[in-house]
Design a protein. Structure first.
Length: 420
């Protein structure tokens, strides 16, 4: 589970921001919380990010993605040129820093690192094995005997020193230690990034549709759950049929190949595995001939069921793209109502129908606002704002600009449009 994320100097994020899934003192809708971290330590199942275009919603999700990619890829880097960083335009010479608190297999961890375009400046991993914070390793910018300073726990000291001997300045120790050791708490921390964080940007290609089609063929329970979901949102799809299809290349497809191959391919059969056919009352249709909305629905729901089953954390930018608001609400409901799962759903959206305190708690609604002087992102939750009643019409207040993060187009753009 994600507990808290902090970031500075990434895209529009200049100064440190803190995003938290820890529940506030708000006592409303406690059924929407995960309650397995001890008395009073409740965690949100869902959180939403609102704000004007360009205010930083995508930057927050992007920061999580960059942290994940650096952790899982760092050990394979050959030189510092492979480090990828997107600093704020006014802080290009300052380091970027990420810090995350999470729970894995019943233990809370805190992992942080700071880096620039050439090297890892600092890095640390702590955990709470017995309810008390304990060091696993720490790496700082302090130089001792012409080498960076390291501290290791007694259990990790021998292997930590071995990893240190092979550690390059542009690699993360967590990434190296995972590949060099078989220590459980190192594996837990690494696997949180590799397996538990699922991140989707709506404008980027993904293989989720093919993944869904393949899984539907192999997993009858998943197929049943998927049909149940479709019927819960009013779909009139009666059944899903998976078949193998054999066809030849079309003339348009052949044009994509070099001329010397076209003749050879023109008579060659192409086998397409696991084609999904949707059955309605009066006809069948190939999923590829359906609308973009239906295709996105099929591409998302199977991975979402997998996320809920396996207690993962799903980040999604612009969840409403190609999905009707009622479908988005049903997805949120699935996360809230599955008490057996500790899966979490964090999404950026412009869909104000979700701004309803009967759907989301005040500490589950977050806003991004762009500070005009330095064009940097400020992040705050509805629970940080004083005098917001439990029965307040949040949707109306947000549109009116009551909470900041005003969802209106730039006034200069508006003036231009009015003059057209």
């Amino acid at each position: 589970m994600l507990l808290q994320f902090q970031c500075s100097n990434h895209r529009s994020i200049k100064d440190e921001i803190t995003f938290s899934m820890l529940a506030s003192s708000d006592d409303s809708h406690e059924e929407k919380l995960i309650k397995n971290l001890g008395e009073g330590n409740y965690i949100s199942r869902c959180a939403s990010l609102y704000g004007a275009n360009g205010s930083g919603k995508t930057s927050i999700i992007s920061a999580i993605l960059y942290m994940k990619q650096l952790v899982i890829s760092s050990n394979s880097y050959q030189n510092e040129s492979q480090i990828v960083r997107l600093p704020h335009k006014l802080a290009v010479d300052s380091p970027t820093k990420y810090s995350i608190n999470f729970e894995k297999n019943g233990i809370v961890y805190q992992y942080s690192f700071e880096y620039d375009n050439k090297e890892i400046i600092s890095e640390s991993l702590y955990y709470w094995p017995n309810g008390k914070r304990a060091l696993i390793f720490e790496r700082t910018a302090e130089i001792l005997n012409n080498e960076p300073s390291f501290k290791f726990s007694n259990e990790f000291k021998k292997m930590g020193e071995n990893c240190r001997g092979r550690l390059k300045s542009f690699k993360l120790l967590l990434s190296v230690a995972f590949n060099e050791t078989n220590i459980e708490y190192i594996a837990n921390a690494f696997n949180f990034f590799q397996n538990d964080l699922v991140i989707l940007f709506s404008n980027e290609p993904s293989n989720w549709l093919q993944y869904s089609v393949d899984r539907l063929k192999k997993d009858e329970e998943l197929r049943r759950m998927f049909l149940d979901f479709l019927h819960s949102i009013g779909s009139d799809i009666l059944d899903m049929i998976l078949v193998n299809q054999i066809r030849t290349f079309s003339e348009k497809e052949l044009l994509k190949f070099p001329s010397e191959l076209r003749q050879a391919l023109s008579d060659q059969a192409l086998r397409l595995n696991n084609i999904l056919i949707l059955r309605y009352k009066d006809f069948d249709i190939d999923i590829n001939d359906e609308s973009e909305g239906i295709k996105k629905l099929f591409a998302m729901i199977c991975p979402l069921i997998d996320i809920i089953r396996n207690n993962k954390i799903f980040f999604c930018d612009e969840i409403e793209n190609s999905l009707h608001s009622s479908i988005v609400l049903e997805i949120i409901r699935r996360f809230f109502n599955n008490e057996k799962s500790t899966a979490q759903f964090i999404f950026a959206t412009h869909n104000t129908e979700i701004l309803d305190l009967n759907i989301m708690r005040r500490d589950q609604i977050w806003f991004t606002e762009l500070e005009k002087t330095e064009r940097k992102t400020d992040l705050f939750s509805l629970s940080d704002i004083k005098n917001v009643r439990k029965d307040e019409a949040v949707q109306k207040g947000y549109i009116a600009g009551k909470y900041g993060a005003i969802p209106m187009i730039n006034t200069e753009i508006q003036k231009i449009c009015e003059e057209c």
